[in-house]
Structures are given as C-alpha cells and as structure tokens.
Design a binder for this molecule. Structure first.
Ligand SMILES: Nc1ncnc2c1ncn2[C@@H]1O[C@H](COP(=O)(O)OP(=O)(O)OP(=O)(O)O)[C@@H](O)[C@H]1O
Length: 242
C-alpha cells in the first residue's frame, strides 16, 4: 500500500500538556489482503505512563512486533487511536509520522543494530545530527555513555564490544534525542542471564529517571520483575498480567 506523503495531515494536538507517554485505544491492524488477511492487532488498549517500563510477552506471531510498529508510527492502525506525547498520530500521514518518530520515539533492537564503522560515541552523535531544528535539545552523548556504563569504551567500534556492551550503546543511542517513548524489541535475545538482568534494569532506570514511557517485547520471563507492568499478547489481543 502506498501512502500519500504530500497532503496528509500532521498529528493532531490532543491538548494534553507535556509528555504524556503512550496511549493506544481500540487499536486494530490487519496485514495482507483478500482471503490472506491476518488480524495482527485486535482491539488493543494500552497506556504507558512517562517513567514506566511495560513488558509484552506472548507466543510467536501473536502481534507483538505489529504493536511496536503501530506504537512508534512505523505502521498506521486500521482502527482506534494512538496518542504519543500528547499527539494523536492516527490520522497523520507518512511524512508527519516520520517527523514524530525522529522527535519522540527511540527504538532498540535485538542486537543493538549499530553502524559498524562508527565508535560508540559517534553512534550517539549521528541521530543528534539528523534531528529537526525545532526538536527538544537532546542529551550529551558522553554523559549518556557514562550513564549506561560505557564511557571508558566511547572510542570503540561495535566489533570491539561484547553483546551486552553493544546493547548498552544501542539503548544510549535510542535515548540521546530525549524521546518520550522508547520501544524495545527482544533486547536480551543474544545475552546470557546476568547480562539480560543488567540490560533490563538499565532500561527501567533510564525510563524512570528521564520520564520515558518504555515498552519492551520479550520472550524472557526471567527479567519481568524489573518491569512495572506486564502484558500478554495472544492472537492480536492484549491482556494485563501484572
Ligand atoms: N507484512 C505482513 N504481511 C502479512 N502478514 C504479516 C505481516 N507482518 C506480520 N504478519 C502476520 O501478523 C501476525 C503478527 O505478526 P507479528 O510479527 O506482529 O508477531 P510477533 O508476536 O512479533 O511474532 P514473533 O514473536 O515471532 O516476532 C502473524 O500472523 C504474522 O504472520
């Protein structure tokens, strides 16, 4: 499906002041067309406050990645509303959603997804360089590396870092622009048990200290104790577990 990028409207101000986290109400998303359709998200309600780390567990194919895609404005919901930092992004066109992502959303992927040629500190400086001029001021790259315990390795490239260290840099990179919402996909998939706990503790701490609404998709039930809320997704439907 191609989207109109020129005349599509921008996100609508909901009137909620400041950083209000992420709210999804009655969200539906269907993949495919004709007889080959899948209801990836089915009437999903979710509210994540600033400072909260919410975990989403569930079987493969349940719709967890689809939820992250809609929450971050990578995909547009077919039904319902998604409000991000006080902005209703549901009606926004592709270009407006891209701007919103750059300004308000940080993504963390399974393996850190770093640029091979860049040092740790330059991984953080890159997104700062591509921010819109009117965006909120970001965080200091070196100070943030210090925060995630990576200041002494600021000059290293990804191949000179361990899996856990790469993941720390990936988290720092996602936070450097000062996002309202952090979306994290299986951050511990490549890590041992001790590193997994460290990484999720770090996510919870950063979310709390900086008022970020964080959602983490995980298969790792060991780390759920570090999360404020836990949801289970089955066949596109979301239910609170704790
Ligand atoms: N682009 C697409 N076209 C058609 N179907 C899709 C597409 N993307 C996902 N799906 C289907 O939508 C459903 C939800 O997929 P999704 O990737 O969101 O699940 P998931 O819970 O993240 O799975 P996993 O844990 O394996 O990553 C699945 O049935 C999947 O096959």
């Amino acid at each position: 499906m191609t989207e109109q990028t020129t005349s599509a409207p921008g996100p609508r101000e909901t009137g909620a002041a400041g950083r209000t986290g992420l709210v999804m109400e009655g969200v539906g998303l269907r993949h495919g067309d004709g007889s080959e359709t899948v209801q990836a998200l089915d009437d999903v309600d979710l509210a994540v406050r600033p400072g909260e780390l919410a975990a989403i567990v569930g079987p493969s194919g349940a719709g967890k990645s689809s939820l992250l895609a809609v929450a971050g404005g990578l995909a547009r919901a077919d039904r319902g509303t998604v409000t991000l930092a006080g902005l209703d992004i549901t009606a926004a066109g592709a270009r407006a959603r891209a701007r919103l992502r750059r300004e308000h959303v940080g993504f963390v992927f399974q393996t850190g997804n770093l640029v091979p040629a860049l040092t740790a500190v330059d991984q953080l400086r890159l997104p700062l360089r591509f921010r819109p001029r009117r965006a909120r001021s970001g965080r200091d790259a070196l100070a943030l590396l210090e925060d995630v315990g990576m200041a002494d390795k600021a000059g290293r490239r990804p191949h000179q870092l361990s899996g856990g260290e790469r993941q720390r840099v990936g988290i720092a990179r996602a936070l450097v622009t000062g996002p309202s919402v952090l979306l994290v996909d299986e951050p511990t998939a490549a890590l041992d048990r001790a590193r997994s706990h460290e990484i999720v503790r770090l996510l919870a701490r950063e979310a709390r200290q900086h008022g970020v609404a964080a959602i983490m998709v995980t298969h790792d039930h060991d780390v759920l104790d570090h999360c404020d809320t836990v949801y289970e997704m089955i066949d596109g439907r979301l239910a609170a577990l704790a």
